[in-house]
Design a protein around this ligand. Structure first.
Ligand code: F6R
Length: 605
């Protein structure tokens, strides 16, 4: 969602703020703005739409300060326009904000009652007014910030400039991430390590409730009570190269192609290639776990649903998967012997985090399977299960999805070992199968031309149905999600067996039906569903393997991925399905990496 950058620098700050905002684009936004302070005076420039529009504005109305803040806004309160774009100003205070102030309506009413005039529809503006009011009461800037934070309910991260305070920026974090970057004679704050990546790789992660003031040389950090605290400085590896597109047209395309390596890197954390054994998680014995409860959103929840088959079949370990936004308000009946697992690329998704916290508060052991290893979930869970996909910039998740499946599959093998459901020979066989996955994913990328040739027709469709059985059912839902989010074509993922119970009514010659069916124990049954579609004039596109292709019904268009052991078939089928969505979106001229209305990290409910 919204991205934040703040720089106390010693060279013109506008171009650097813009550079950083471009790195935050991947989080999703619909307007952008910056403010700088010079000679004690704060000036801001804001624009609706892409950062390009803000750059155009800066060409005609440049800002020359050395200290400034910047923001990409994903609208929550108030439409995306220049008036609602951040930074927001009230009196001496100018600030940017990520998150939602839940009690903003009552705060705003009271501020209006005190004679304050608002210029935007945002919840953010109340924070600027509150800090300015505190300054007017004689508070120092940091006291004004603290006293304001105490009045706010909700989740947020802030960066604040105060007119007259030339060489400092204040920041705060509650619920939304914020990092401090340490430079040489310069300091930074930003939403994540990527935001400050061009300037420094020395990062301090603020804890929940922390607030901070940075100047040229140091960061003074305080906890929620206002006590000065130290947060360690870490050297991060988010090198610039990882966030460049290289020779690819889009980040999504690059990330699809990175999957052999991201799978390989992730495997390295869970299986030992030399001994062909699974690596147990320190301090966790799956034999002591009676049930797994996975919470996740979107693509991460589909990765979890695929893993459910494995935990149950391989390890005889009951596993529930629930969408976090439902789970957190359902008051589920949980038991202390249940292991709660949050699956998340960002580790910051508000609903997943809330569900994880709910489980933790209920006394459950918790694990976070996350791609951002310094994220809130990573830090709050009892066990950190990292995925090593590297920074994922395209809003549509691809390599993080397969990294999640990779890690969860390996963990299911570990669970099977620890629960005595498989012997050492079977463990070795399964680990060897897993180790083949990177090579087979690379081979499945070779379907690129075949998939591209399907895009022209698919791009003309108004609706697309995806069908699958067993682990290919969540794959079907993931395929449909990928297509709708980047190409804006309506798509549904269904269990193939459900076809007759409703969706078959949609089948006609203009609705492509994409069937994901490798040759496995479900194939025969799915083949019958294919025939039912074809008999009704439907256009079948079959994603399968060599053996499945031999049984493809006449009239079906077929994409043949490499054959694999069922343990890793979801990994092998992913790339062709992702590429179809990608090529359809390109065919439609859509904004692949930043689809409309979407945010990379959904840090509000
Ligand atoms: C879809 C997509 C989203 C995310 C979801 C959860 O391509 O990216 O559905 O999977 O917002 O995000 P994380 O994994 O960061 O919790």
């Amino acid at each position: 969602m919204c991205g934040i950058i703040g720089i106390v620098g010693n060279q013109a700050v506008s171009p650097r703020l813009i550079d950083s905002l471009k790195r935050l684009e991947y989080r999703g936004y619909d307007s952008a703005g910056i403010a700088t302070i010079e000679g004690g005076k704060v000036e801001r420039r804001r624009a609706k739409g892409k950062i390009r529009a803000l750059e155009d504005k800066l060409l005609s109305e440049p800002l020359s300060g050395l200290v400034g803040i910047g923001h990409t806004r994903w609208a929550t309160h108030g439409v995306p326009n220049e008036r609602n774009a951040h930074p927001h100003t009230a009196g001496r205070v100018t600030l940017v904000h990520n998150g939602i102030i839940e009690n903003f309506a009552e705060l705003k009413a009271s501020l209006i009652h005190q004679g304050r005039v608002f210029e935007s529809d945002t919840d953010t503006e109340v924070i600027a007014h509150l800090i300015d009011r505190q300054l007017g009461l004689g508070d120092s800037p940091i006291a004004a910030l603290k006293n304001t934070l105490d009045q706010l309910t909700g989740a947020f991260a802030l960066a604040v400039l105060v007119a007259g305070e030339n060489n400092q920026i204040m920041g705060a974090r509650r619920g939304s991430p914020l990092v401090v970057g340490h430079g040489v004679g310069e300091m930074f704050i930003g939403s994540d390590a990527l935001a400050v990546g061009p300037f420094t790789n020395k990062i301090s992660y603020l804890d929940e409730g922390d607030f901070v003031v940075i100047d040229h040389d140091r960061a003074q950090i305080f906890d929620a009570e206002g006590t000065a605290v130290d947060r360690p400085i870490k050297i991060v590896s988010a090198s610039a190269a990882l966030v460049e597109k290289g020779n690819y047209r889009h980040f999504m395309e690059k990330e699809i192609h990175e999957q052999p390596e991201s799978c390989q890197r992730t495997l390295g954390a869970y299986v030992d290639a030399l001994t062909s054994r699974a690596i147990p998680t320190e301090g966790l014995d799956f034999a002591s776990v009676e049930r797994i409860q996975i919470v996740a959103c979107g693509t991460a929840s589909y990765a979890a649903q695929i893993a459910r088959y494995l935990f149950e079949q391989l390890a005889d370990l009951p596993c529930d998967v629930e969408i976090a936004s439902e789970f957190r308000y359902r008051q589920p009946a949980l038991r202390a012997t249940t292991l709660a697992v949050a699956v998340s690329q960002s580790g910051e998704t508000a609903d997943t985090l809330a569900a994880l916290r709910w489980c933790k508060a209920g006394g459950l052991r918790t694990a976070a399977l996350v791609n951002s290893h310094e994220s809130t979930m990573a830090r709050e869970a009892d066990f950190l299960w990292p995925t090593h996909a590297g920074p994922e910039i395209g809003v549509a998740s691809t390599k993080a999805f397969t990294a999640q499946i990779t890690a969860l599959t390996a963990l299911a093998v570990t669970a099977a070992v620890q629960r005595g459901r498989i012997d050492a020979a079977e463990e070795t066989r399964l680990v060897k199968v897993l180790l083949e996955a990177p090579r087979l994913i690379a081979a499945s990328l070779q379907t690129e031309d075949a998939v591209r040739s399907l895009a022209i027709d698919t791009a003309k469709a108004r609706d697309v149905l995806y069908l699958g059985r067993g682990p290919m059912f969540p794959m079907a839902m993931e395929g449909a999600l990928k297509l709708k989010e980047i190409s804006y074509i309506h798509a549904e993922g269904y269990a193939a067996g459900e076809l007759k119970h409703g969706p078959i009514a949609l089948v006609d010659e203009s609705t492509p039906v994409i069937i994901i069916a490798p040759q496995d124990s479900f194939f025969e049954k799915t083949a019958s569903n294919m025939s039912e579609v074809i008999a009704r004039g439907g256009r079948v596109i079959l994603f399968t393997d060599e053996a499945g292709a031999a049984h493809a019904p006449q009239g079906a268009r077929v994409v043949i991925a490499p054959s694999s052991d069922p343990l890793i078939t979801p990994l092998i089928m992913s790339a062709p399905i992702q590429m179809l969505a990608y090529f359809v979106a390109v065919q439609k001229g859509a904004d692949v990496d930043q689809p409309r209305n979407l945010a990379k990290s959904v840090t509000v409910e």
